[in-house]
Write a protein that binds this ligand. Structure first.
Ligand SMILES: Nc1ncnc2c1ncn2[C@@H]1O[C@H](COP(=O)(O)OP(=O)(O)OP(=O)(O)O)[C@@H](O)[C@H]1O
Ligand SMILES: Nc1ncnc2c1ncn2[C@@H]1O[C@H](COP(=O)(O)OP(=O)(O)OP(=O)(O)O)[C@@H](O)[C@H]1O
Ligand SMILES: [Mg+2]
Ligand SMILES: [Mg+2]
Lengths: 162, 166, 166, 162
């Protein structure tokens, strides 16, 4: 299984529709402070079903939608789609290619799609359960989180791996 | 004692010791199960960078902490690979020698794991086969460009994206 | 309401707004006293980097957070200077443009305040009139040497100390 | 008032007696991970009377004394001396030059000296009270501490400055 492409529109600083292709191997993302690099990480985390606002550095759904800036108006919806090659069936879905999409509106409402079919959050969570490890996405500033955990808390990292 | 957990633990512990020594270019480290008979047992980390005596984890430097945590991450990824791993500035505290060793470790694993690395560090960038530059326009909107390695200038500590002529 | 505190607060708030705009090369920020009538009132920070709308502090990037905190530090130092200030890697999250502005701010204040900066960043080092290199010998013992700027190589993101010939 | 010189022996990684001269202006300290840069910051904090082990990244007095390494034996004492120009009498002591010295032994015992006179910890704290602000020493990783504080906690930074 591997990531193919991420499409972002209206999520945080991505006022412009943005497409990021992920070849195999190592992809690096660089740029000035505040340009949107960690927002890309947040977009991946969010589309995979993250429900904790603090893991996304915000407090409510509205914070995730482009709030406007300069001369540009705020938008009404955030949308992120992650397209995954699933030929090896790592994800429990019978498709060679899986596109997970999530939308949020200022009302706080969320919508979820698997290959264009509208589904519930739990369908997304079930579909992505092979990816649900605590070490797939390492947020900025949290690399040494494993060291600050109490020994009992560390155990859960291993339970993910087991 | 959950024997699947026990198996996973000992595999990760083995990989962790090896990854630590590779990343530090020396030294030793271990993962210790506090109470092997308890299924609630916590996991302790003993880290001994090259030339140093065994000391409490809190005495480690910022860069040593980062690298020790990365060694644990590498161990977990080797025992139970995830198809991809996104790392946001895990190299922020590392000196140049450690950045080089981190880069080699990630390259070696990139055969089986797709890495997305957010970084300001030119040394880390050299591991990448694909490079994206993110910039901010005056409306607070992000713009992403595919860039080449020669468009990055290491100029006073963090990379800067430049236009190249021709 | 403690009037000495009120005076200090408004002086710091004024310096903070100015320091923020200097360090970010634009944008605005304010310190807000939640309840001016209460002597227990908390202090809120509103930070708006250039081109961005006012947003919760938590949405700021790592580098933006560092720089905002430094702006507050600068404000406190200007209102109530301490004779010296030791800063350990406050520049770790900053991109190159922000490192340059930080360096200029510190240079300007170094007339009245003695700064000791621990850093891996070559851009920050350029603010220094005195430079010490710390290295570790095989016994885990530190050794400190006075070094010259030309003995530092910026090689893949963090500085490295080299011997120069002659 | 300004710092003149720091002398360190036996404190953390300073197995060798080390003297650091501080000219006016900006001094930068560079070097590899784990070489001892933050230990210099800790030495300054400690000699000024820091009593919190966590602010020094350790748990007990013994952790502050060189524990040995490679072929070299542990030492029995940590000693740090900070020499300060006090011509402007910022410190409430009638000397143009003040040397604050602190020693710790493996027994946990501490000794304090002002210009070679043995004193108590509270004499050091009184002597250095003009320096006791929460923004004189910024530890690694804590630059944005002021932002993570709750608004009520932030107030104490201003009370230091007032
Ligand atoms: N909903 C939103 N609308 C507009 N801007 C937003 C929104 N959410 C976050 N931002 C902006 O995104 C910026 C942070 O972006 P991000 O964290 O991706 O930066 P970064 O490139 O990782 O920078 P650094 O190198 O400092 O870590 C902040 O300036 C914040 O104001
Ligand atoms: N009492 C002691 N005896 C021997 N070594 C010690 C003692 N206390 C701390 N150390 C060592 O000091 C090292 C950390 O030093 P320090 O924090 O100064 O590094 P640093 O130069 O700031 O590195 P970084 O760039 O990673 O922040 C650790 O390796 C630790 O083992
Ligand atoms: Mg970031
Ligand atoms: Mg350090």
């Amino acid at each position: 299984m591997y990531l193919k492409r991420l499409e972002i529109q209206g999520f945080k600083t991505f006022a412009n529709r943005t497409v990021i292709e992920f070849p195999l191997g190592v992809t690096a993302i660089v740029g000035p402070n505040g340009s949107g690099k960690s927002n890309v990480t947040d977009a991946i985390r969010w589309v995979l079903g993250e429900q904790s606002f603090s893991a996304l550095r915000c407090r409510r759904t509205e914070d995730l939608i482009y709030s406007g800036g300069g001369k540009r108006a705020a938008q009404g919806m955030a949308e992120v789609a992650l397209t995954i090659d699933n030929t090896d069936r790592t994800l429990p879905l019978d498709f060679n290619e899986v596109t997970i999409m999530r939308r949020s509106f200022r009302s706080g409402e969320n919508e979820y799609f698997l290959n264009k079919n509208k589904v519930r959050l739990r369908d997304i969570q079930e579909a992505t359960s092979p990816l649900a490890s605590s070490y797939t996405l390492i947020n900025q500033g949290l690399v040494d989180a494993a060291l600050t955990l109490r020994p009992e808390e560390r155990r859960s990292l291993f339970e993910d791996a087991a | 004692m959950n024997s699947r957990f026990a198996q996973t633990f000992s595999a990760v512990a083995e990989e962790f010791s090896q990854a630590f020594t590779r990343l530090f270019g020396g030294g030793t480290a271990q993962l210790i199960l506090n109470d092997p008979n308890s299924s609630e047992s916590g996991i302790d980390i003993i880290a001994q960078p090259p030339g140093k005596r065994r000391q409490p984890l809190s005495l480690l430097s910022g860069g040593e902490r980062s690298l020790t945590a990365v060694a644990l991450l590498v161990a977990l990824l080797k025992v139970n690979p995830t198809p991809f791993c996104v790392m946001d500035e895990v190299d922020a505290a590392l000196d140049e020698a450690n950045v080089v060793r981190l880069r080699e470790q990630l390259l070696e694993m990139s055969q089986h794991t797709q890495f997305v690395l957010v970084t300001h560090n030119r040394g880390t960038v050299e591991a990448a086969s694909t490079l994206y530059g993110v910039t901010m326009n005056p409306d607070g909107a992000s713009k992403i460009l595919s860039i080449r390695l020669d468009q990055l200038v290491d100029d006073g500590g963090a990379v800067r994206i430049v236009e190249t002529v021709g």
